[in-house]
Design a protein around this ligand. Structure first.
Ligand code: C2E
Ligand code: MG
Ligand code: MG
Length: 698
């Protein structure tokens, strides 16, 4: 009996122990695999036991953790506090918590520590949780709150029922409503009444659709002022995807708009005339073209340029020039329709854009009206002056299909109007286009012509009519273009003049001429002369190339009279001091001066006397139709008589027939030049002329 009882007790005990062991093991497993990092610590902070999670937290094996002081993983600043924390844990039965920073290698990690001592007070169990993420979020929230408060832009948050739940200080200073006044209200508190229902409906539709809306909106402040603001609304959604909050941010842009308007005006308006400047003009032109394209109507572009405006500026001063531009712009404004755009792109240029044209005759009417209105004198302070204008007209879409080309064509037409004697208008024609294209090509090619040795000088004999002797020659420039062949000086000299290249080219011709004249003086006649054409541009340029001309003659041992300079009447007409001075310098150096193309310009006797001209060249237009009783004959006789009276010799240009030669000889003409004697020819061909009598025809 006793034996049986004893065995049962032993069995019960064994079972109890087995259960206890199982519980122990289960506890150990729970401890080991718990998702929290557990540390069993002694009162001195030494680690007795840890679990897998703490291995992961500290990043090292458990065996190397036990026996170590926990505080060695704490950042040094937290260590004293941790010591104090442990002391508190070991004197009570309660759970204590603290937050510390772990230093694991180079990383730091915020943790929360929750610890409780066991009954024996020999050890405590500390659960350590990584709270870095929470700390990060807290920091971000703190930052957001600071930004929200400090933000220059007003912020307003509304809830799902569209009531204001939060505002920031900028909201109050912008709208005038305090937090107490605004919170709980609907945002319609701010409405100005300037926008219709559709405006707000569109806004709400956008918010429902994509959660975002931004744009300009007029609102009203508490004091009643209406202001323009830039509003941007964003939506915050809950985890369930439903709208949680709407956050509106806005700034007053009324002032900014005013500044922008001023800047826009400055950028688009010409301050002198208050007309659109180049920028706005181009903008309007493009708009006009777009409009015409849609409506299938025509558009006219006019380029206007004051004639000789530079002279007014130079003689009367820039202030008077400015006044003139102002008055001109007023007069032009009166000539156009209200829908037309008059602009001043710069200088003395004006443009007019006329769009939606039903009939083209109104373009011409406007052009005529403009020319007419310019006929009245301009009263500028004490001065009264007359100014004319040249107008070029191009039409869209007839002349060009886009703005850039339309501008070019109007410019070409304007150029043509100037060429046709100014004070008139000219429509663009395809011929102008091809002229302009050739001109452009020649301009480009001309730049390389000197370097590429494409120039030649041809010489045309000037014959003493009485004897048939060749005593002079005219140097005439020839351009052998690689593709176009021989280009006429009539085509390229004006380009060379416009671009200033004539100065360099003229120098080259002069050097050729003096070399040649020296040779021919040695070989044929000691008083042989070569005449060189000199463009007005060369005279007007302020550099002193003419000084070098004398020098070069001198270096070659030539007297001044080896060279005759051919000038045109136009040069004498506007003889500025620079021109006069240069002419007199030639005179002083013994060089002779020949007046070319005489009779085609504003022939005036007074300047012939004033400038001491040596030769007068009767223009070939008088010689061409010469017959015994023609008017031209009378004119030629008169010119010869007059020239002789003034002590000048006469050269007749363009003699092609023996009859012309004979008539001129009878009239007393001294020299002749023309195809009858020879065309302009290269040096070798010219030299053959010396050896045979000329004038028997060619
Ligand atoms: P220009 O100085 O009046 O030259 C006379 C022009 O008449 C030359 O034309 C000549 O070839 C042409 N000519 C001569 N005899 C006759 C004739 O019997 N009948 C006809 N129909 N024409 C005749 P080219 O060589 O074409 O020169 C044209 C113009 O180009 C020259 O007129 C001159 O103003 C200018 N030019 C030529 N070379 C130079 C130069 O080196 N420098 C400058 N600045 N201008 C030049
Ligand atoms: Mg000439
Ligand atoms: Mg001539």
């Amino acid at each position: 009996m006793h034996q049986i009882e004893l065995e049962m007790q032993i069995e019960a005990l064994r079972e109890a122990r087995a259960q206890a062991e199982m519980a122990q093991q289960r506890y150990a497993e729970l401890f080991d695999f718990a998702p929290l990092a557990y540390f069993a610590l002694g009162p001195d902070g030494v680690i007795h036991q840890t679990n897998f999670c703490s291995e992961r937290l500290l990043g090292i094996n458990r065996t190397r953790i036990t026996g170590q002081a926990f505080s060695q993983w704490l950042c040094p600043e937290d260590r004293p506090a941790f010591q104090g924390f442990l002391e508190k844990v070991f004197v009570s039965d309660e759970t204590h918590t603290c937050e510390m920073v772990l230093r694991i290698g180079a990383m730091s990690c915020h943790v929360a520590i929750e610890a409780v001592a066991d009954k024996t007070r020999q050890s405590c169990l500390a659960a350590v949780t990584d709270i870095s993420e929470r700390k990060q979020t807290e920091a971000e929230l703190r930052l957001a709150a600071t930004v929200y408060l400090a933000l220059g832009e007003a912020v307003m948050v509304t809830d799902t029922t569209n009531r204001i739940v939060a505002i920031n200080p900028a909201f109050t200073s912008l709208t005038g409503y305090s937090a107490a006044e605004a919170i709980g209200q609907s945002p319609s508190l701010l409405k100005s009444g300037r926008h219709d229902k559709a405006f707000y409906r569109d806004m709400w539709q956008a918010l429902e659709r994509c959660g975002h809306w931004e744009g300009e909106i007029w609102d009203r402040r508490k004091n009643g002022d209406v202001y323009l603001k830039w509003l941007s609304i964003n939506t915050v959604y809950g985890d369930d995807g439903k709208v949680l909050r709407r956050v509106a941010m806005f700034a007053d842009i009324t002032e900014q708009r005013q500044v922008e308007a001023i800047i826009r005006k400055q950028a688009n308006i010409d301050p002198l005339t208050d007309l659109p400047n180049r920028r706005l003009f181009l903008d309007r032109l493009q708009q006009g073209i777009n409009k015409s394209q849609r409506s299938k109507q025509k558009l006219a572009l006019m380029f206007l340029d004051l004639d000789h405006f530079k002279d007014i500026n130079d003689t009367l001063g820039h202030d008077v020039g400015d006044d003139l531009l102002k008055v001109v712009s007023k007069r032009l404004q009166d000539c156009i329709r209200v829908t037309d755009t008059l602009a001043r792109p710069g200088g003395d240029e004006f443009t007019i854009v006329m769009d939606e044209l039903d009939e083209l005759s109104c373009v011409e009417r406007v052009a005529v009206a403009i020319l007419h209105c310019m006929k009245h004198p301009f009263q500028l302070g004490a001065e009264q002056c007359f100014v004319s204008i040249s107008i070029g007209i191009a039409l869209y879409p007839d002349d060009a299909g886009d703005m850039e080309n339309l501008l070019k064509k109007a410019d070409q037409a304007m150029y043509a109007a100037k060429q046709q004697g100014r004070n008139g208008f000219c429509y663009f024609t395809p011929a102008m286009q091809s002229t302009a294209e050739t001109r452009l090509r020649l301009t480009n090619d001309l730049r390389h012509a000197l370097d590429n040795r494409q120039f030649r000088v041809a010489y045309q004999p000037i014959v003493e009519l009485a004897t048939g002797h060749i005593l002079k020659a005219e140097a005439l420039l020839r351009w052998q273009h690689p593709d176009l062949g021989l280009v006429s000086p009539a085509d390229f000299i004006p380009i060379a003049e416009d671009t200033g290249m004539i100065i360099e080219i003229g120098e080259w011709v002069f050097r050729q001429a003096i070399q040649q004249v020296r040779q021919w003086r040695e070989r044929h006649h000691p008083h042989f002369q070569i005449s060189v054409n000199k463009s007005p541009v060369q005279f007007r340029s302020s550099d002193s190339t003419h000084g070098r001309w004398f020098e070069q003659l001198h270096l070659r041992g030539l007297p001044g009279d080896a060279i005759v300079v051919e000038i045109t009447e136009g040069l004498l007409l506007d003889a500025s001091p620079v021109v006069a001075e240069k002419l007199l310098a030639f005179r002083d150096a013994g060089m002779q001066i020949s007046l070319d193309d005489f009779g085609t310009g504003y022939s005036s006797l007074s300047y012939l006397k004033k400038f001491d001209i040596d030769y007068l060249k009767i223009d070939q237009s008088f010689v061409r139709n010469l017959s015994a009783d023609s008017t031209d004959m009378v004119l030629c006789e008169a010119m010869i008589l007059m020239a002789h009276k003034l002590g000048m010799k006469v050269i007749a240009e363009g003699i092609e027939t023996e009859e012309q030669r004979d008539l001129l000889l009878q009239a007393g003409c001294d020299y002749g030049q023309g195809y009858l004697f020879s065309r302009p020819v290269p040096v070798e061909a010219f030299e053959q002329l010396f050896s045979r009598p000329v004038g028997e025809g060619i």
